[in-house]
Ligand binder design. Structure first.
Ligand SMILES: CSC[C@@H](O)[C@@H](O)C(=O)COP(=O)(O)O
Ligand SMILES: [Zn+2]
Length: 209
């Protein structure tokens, strides 16, 4: 029962994220914490805009599958490592928006390894932020196909952030989360829009410099 409801909410979140253009060509993956240290996560390679509960499977806290015959997301370790490190995290969503992919690649190539967001009203959509004056630093890490190494790098970077809400893999995409699937979806939507605002601000600065 718990799995069916969670799987349905992950499928719906996927439909929304894909409708925004943030899950092109099967990219992205979504998960939620279940009871007894289990995790519901998207099956690898599925169209994230057309998910049904059959596209969600169960893995253990180390990312090992319980569902026979199904291959979990290639990025499962990036989800399970967050659940192990942060008990308050209940759902994790990963998007591949054009703006996030482009901006993060550009920033990291210039040695900037975080995106600082401030003076945006929408920051208040993020947990614990009550004013546009708030400042959120989103770590940017280099991309890698080595999920063990990447998940370690991510956790190290997140340790330096108070109440982290997300991180970006350069040239790849955003990982963000919340206590529940709807809260993770809200954080993801807010961060994606804020990333686009930050990119627009840079482009405007350059155009009118
Ligand atoms: C289709 S390219 C994107 C993938 O390499 C990966 O980054 C991704 O987000 C989806 O992988 P998946 O294994 O379906 O969870
Ligand atoms: Zn990805």
């Amino acid at each position: 029962m718990e799995f069916e409801a969670i799987a349905q909410s992950l499928a719906e979140a996927g439909g929304f994220l894909a409708s925004q253009g943030w899950a092109p060509a099967t990219s992205g993956n979504y998960s939620a914490r279940l009871a007894e240290e289990q995790v519901a996560i998207t099956v690898s390679g599925r169209d994230k805009g057309q998910l049904t509960p059959a596209d969600i499977m169960v893995v253990d806290s180390q990312g090992q599958p319980f569902s026979p015959g199904k291959r979990a997301s290639a990025e499962t370790l990036l989800h399970t490592s967050l659940y192990l490190a942060y008990p308050e995290v209940g759902a994790v969503l990963h998007t591949h928006s054009i703006d996030c992919v482009s901006l993060s690649r550009w920033l990291l190539s210039r040695g900037q390894d975080s995106l600082v967001l401030t003076n945006y009203e929408l920051l208040k959509a993020l947990p614990g932020i009550t004013t546009h004056d708030g400042e959120v630093a989103i770590p940017i890490v280099a991309n890698s196909q080595d999920m063990v190494a990447l998940s370690k790098t991510v956790l190290t970077r997140l340790q330096a952030v108070q109440a982290p809400v997300g991180y970006i893999i350069a040239g790849h995409g955003l990982y963000s989360w919340g206590a529940t699937v709807p809260q993770a979806r809200m954080a993801t939507e807010a961060l994606e829009v804020l990333v686009s605002c930050a990119l627009q601000a840079i482009l405007l600065d350059q155009r009118f410099a």
